[in-house]
Design a binder for this molecule. Structure first.
Ligand SMILES: Nc1nc2c(ncn2[C@@H]2O[C@H](COP(=O)(O)OP(=O)(O)OP(=O)(O)O)[C@@H](O)[C@H]2O)c(=O)[nH]1
Ligand SMILES: [Mg+2]
Ligand SMILES: [Zn+2]
Length: 367
């Protein structure tokens, strides 16, 4: 496997020049294992790698940390030393949600991809508002959108067509295809997008068939998915980690875990923003600690009864605190993961005397 087949180009080559002098090698991150990453180098050698303290500290927000799809400068450790990411090359495209601050919820879905492929179906998964949101995020990423209306075998042709039309109407520049991973419909049409060195990431709800489509493209059961296992009786295999796969005939696919909740894309501010009008009403309730249930003098409840506030929005508003609490849990967990990574990396450095100076510099509080 050549670097070009892995997505390398002149721009990366140029940025990499100073790192090459240090004896570091270019590597592409193909898997995020939370504490370590999987990385591929020229020739297709795979390494389990950790990030250096410097890389961690230089990142001013989560999104600046290495992510699947990133090109990095890798120091191959000799003996029992770890392989360390010394630098991350700047991204040509970045599919993520932007939010400033180190403790933010920004999540990089995939770096350096040319295409983002949103998978949905013509049934209950189809949600045009979510689709709109995807288009906004893709628009910012620098990548191009494709939408697959998958599982076409489960719905009447008319329904598939209508779904595709509705999506096209939202984003005329998006290619929208009706597919079936099960029956192979239009899988060859997806293949047209796969050219050597070009990366495509698949996103969409859990269970829409992202891994199945990738399997169909691979032409073999490389990825585990679907079907109940007769031996264990366990249900389908849900993808739990991002994973980059290089196809033999050219092209690079990145599978993603399903995006279960829209909250994954959001932050407290955005969550609250949706309910500003209701919060304004709530300010007028008789009791300041009104729960907006059967409380006397509740203006929110009155609005629902008067028909000026939709019941669904009212219910959403009641769940808001829970959602924010869950969101905060997720952020906390995420930050703990990053801290663990950094701590582990410091331990690695401490074992290597040559690195001690850099290690000590890393421990100094940052301005
Ligand atoms: N009928 C039908 N079933 C499909 C199709 N594509 C996928 N499935 C089934 O849908 C289920 C989920 O497919 P996956 O490929 O695991 O879905 P996924 O999007 O990767 O899900 P996560 O990894 O959880 O995000 C499996 O049982 C598949 O066999 C299709 O085109 N038609
Ligand atoms: Mg999957
Ligand atoms: Zn109230």
């Amino acid at each position: 496997m050549t670097l070009t087949e892995l997505g390398w180009n002149e721009r990366f080559e140029k940025e990499f020049a100073p790192y090459a002098k240090k004896g570091w090698v270019p590597a592409r991150l193909i898997r995020d294992n939370k504490i370590t990453y999987g990385a591929l180098t020229e020739g297709g050698d795979e390494y389990e790698v950790v990030m250096s303290g410097k890389v961690y500290h230089d990142a001013d927000c989560d999104a600046a940390l290495p992510a699947v799809g990133d090109w990095v400068a890798l120091e191959i450790g000799s003996g029992d030393l770890d392989h360390v990411i010394r630098a991350r090359l700047s991204r040509q495209t970045c599919f993520s949600r932007k939010a400033p601050g180190k403790s933010s919820e920004e999540q990089v879905i995939a770096a350096n991809v040319s295409l983002v492929c949103v998978v949905t179906d013509a049934g209950t998964d189809l949600n045009l508002r979510r689709m709109e949101r995807f288009f906004t995020l893709i628009g910012r990423s620098g990548a191009r959108p494709i939408v697959l209306v998958n599982k076409s075998d489960l719905f009447p042709p008319e329904q598939n067509r209508e779904a595709a039309e509705a999506i096209r109407a939202l984003c005329p520049e998006a290619d929208v295809l009706v597919t079936s991973a099960m029956h192979g419909e239009n899988v060859s049409a997806i293949r047209r997008y796969l050219t050597p060195g070009r990366s495509i990431t698949f996103v969409g709800s859990s269970g829409v068939g992202k891994s199945s489509l990738i399997n169909a493209l691979l032409g073999e059961d490389w990825q585990e998915e679907g079907e109940v296992n007769e031996v264990t009786g366990k249900g389908r295999h849900t993808t739990t980690a991002r994973e980059l796969i290089v196809l033999e005939e050219g092209g690079i696919l990145i599978d993603n875990p399903g995006i279960r909740e829209v909250q994954m894309w959001t932050d407290e501010h955005t969550l609250r923003e949706k309910f500003l009008d209701i919060e304004a009403l709530a300010g007028q309730c008789r009791f300041h600690d009104c729960r907006h249930g059967s409380d006397a003098g509740c203006v929110v409840r009155a609005a629902v009864e008067a028909g000026t506030l939709a019941v669904e929005r009212y219910e959403g508003f009641l769940k808001l605190d829970d959602e924010i609490a869950r969101l905060k849990q997720r952020i906390k967990k995420r930050n703990m993961t990053i801290e663990r990574r950094a701590k582990r990396d410091h331990r690695i450095k401490a074992r290597n005397p040559d690195d001690r100076r850099e290690y000590e510099a890393d421990l100094k509080p940052r301005a």
